[in-house]
Design a binder for this molecule. Structure first.
Ligand SMILES: [Zn+2]
Length: 192
């Protein structure tokens, strides 16, 4: 008797390789953004637009992937407050782009931004019940595009469900919102 190897079975074996390499590199290549800015001056909006374009380039890059996969805290490859996820799972979650309030894995950063002014030390804030992130123009006006991108990524990671301690500590800088926000800013500074 001849043994059949179905073309379907072979295809499935190739697609779902154990490493998942093919899956994440194609997800990175197609990762995109949909950023809506509700208000703000033309220069505030231009800064956010430029940040959005640059974010697409950075998240698609090999450098971003390497920085996430090799991120370490106290000698171990991990983030603080990782929600039990490995660096690789965090990277995949960013690429999937499933916000808590828009849970389809659409491979896209969906973000709505409102600007406001407050004479405080708060750069921005968001709440779990809203798609909006709020950016304080006291900071936004003085920020470079790279710093603006750090805030956009930080607040969006809250939309994905990542959190961090309220009060400052060294450990908090290694949480997903702070850690990945800093990676985005560093890579933007290298290429802007
Ligand atoms: Zn935060």
């Amino acid at each position: 008797m001849l043994k059949w190897i179905s073309p379907l079975g072979l295809g499935a074996a190739l697609l779902f390789s154990p490493s998942g390499q093919t899956a994440t590199s194609s997800l990175a290549a197609t990762w995109t953004t949909d950023v809506f800015v509700e208000n703000g001056t033309s220069s505030q909006r231009a800064k956010i637009d430029r940040g959005e374009q640059k974010l697409r380039e950075i998240v698609r890059s090999e450098a971003f992937k390497n920085r996430i996969l090799n991120f370490s805290y106290k000698g171990a490859k991990r983030f603080v407050d990782s929600g039990g996820l490995t660096n690789s799972q965090i990277y995949t979650k960013i690429l999937n782009g499933a916000e808590k309030l828009l849970p389809a894995q659409d491979n896209e950063m969906d973000l709505k931004i409102k600007t406001y002014y407050e004479a405080s030390s708060t750069v921005g804030f968001t709440s779990t019940s809203s798609m909006y992130i709020n950016m304080n123009t006291k900071f936004l006006n003085a920020y470079t595009v790279a710093e603006t991108m750090k805030t956009m990524m930080h607040e969006w990671l809250h939309k994905l469900g990542f959190s961090h301690a309220v009060n400052y500590s060294t450990a908090r800088d290694y949480s997903v919102p702070y850690g990945v926000g800093r990676i985005v800013m560093d890579l933007a500074r290298l290429s802007l």
